[in-house]
Design a protein around this ligand. Structure first.
Ligand code: CO
Length: 294
């Protein structure tokens, strides 16, 4: 871990903590999701960071990868997950929290369980346990409460400009005997009363650069250059590009995706359409010492 990496990640973590603390209070049932996403993204910039990816706002069975489109009319309700990240010089911290906007005791129990699972997983990291043991802690926290942890979603290692780098942190016992080395990691249990699996839903409007290439179309070329300069290999969304270039950006995004230069993520939806709660934090391990950044 070099000094720049540690300091940038810590600073990004401070921004996350401040926004999260306030957002828990100002997020209200009935608020348009687009307003919610833009408010968080604007605050990130005001506080000296950049969004590491578009704010993800999954309602109920939508576990991940839902961000409002430029003309989104959805309002906040149900079990809402707010997953956002901050980057400074490409050093990323990732985090998520869940809110119950239905005043439902079941939603509240799901949320409490995801928070407890995250705490138990971090405790497991502090005890220098294996990935299999960390996953076991998450799985057991879920089953003790009568729920499941979603198996095909996982935490991840984070590197500069890379939100999901080499290592995966499982939400179940995958029998891995690997222990976490020094580095930055996001841990994110997803808890549901449903089957505990997600499937690929519709296209999300969230993209990531796959590779650079020469493009003949001048609109698409301009937008590709902007993507590379602004986001590098971190995820971005159509809403951001429509804001910058107008709706012609949508045509270019389609074109760049078909040319194989962009990857578009799909919504990830719980298989039995059961509500999902998520809690996520980023930790840094430096010389074996665990520090929670978010
Ligand atoms: Co994450």
């Amino acid at each position: 871990m070099n000094k720049e990496e540690i300091e940038s990640a810590r600073k990004a973590g401070e921004i996350v903590k401040k926004i999260k603390k306030e957002a828990i209070i100002w997020i209200k049932q009935g608020m348009p999701l687009i307003e919610l996403a833009e408010k968080i993204e604007t605050q990130i910039v005001k506080l000296g960071g950049k969004p590491a990816f578009p704010v993800n706002l999954g309602i109920n069975e939508y576990a991940a990868h839902y961000t409002p489109s430029h003309d989104d009319k959805t309002i906040a309700y149900g079990l809402l997950k707010v997953d956002f990240g901050v980057q400074i010089n490409g050093y990323v911290v990732d985090n998520a929290f869940s809110i119950d906007l239905d005043n439902s005791s079941k939603n509240k129990k799901l949320i409490e369980t995801s928070e407890l699972a995250l705490e138990n997983a971090i405790e497991s990291v502090k005890n220098n346990e294996t990935l299999g043991e960390i996953g076991t802690k998450i799985q057991k926290t879920a089953s003790d409460a009568g729920f499941s942890a979603i198996q095909n979603l996982s935490g991840h290692e984070i590197s500069q400009w890379e939100l999901h780098s080499s290592l995966t942190i499982p939400n179940y016992n995958n029998n891995s005997t690997i222990k976490l080395d020094d580095g930055i990691y996001a841990i994110e249990p997803f808890i549901t009363a449903g089957e505990g699996k997600v499937y690929d839903g519709k296209d999300s409007g969230i993209y990531e650069l796959k590779k650079s290439g020469s493009v003949r179309d001048s609109n698409a070329r301009e937008i590709l250059k902007y993507i590379i300069d602004e986001y590098n290999s971190l995820p971005f969304c159509s809403r951001w590009l429509v804001k910058k270039f107008g709706t012609r950006a949508l045509v270019s995004l389609n074109f760049l995706e078909s040319a194989g230069l962009l990857h578009q993520f799909t919504h990830l939806v719980e298989k039995s359409k059961s509500p999902v709660a998520q809690s996520e934090a980023t930790i840094i391990i430096n010389k074996g010492e665990v520090e929670i950044l978010t």
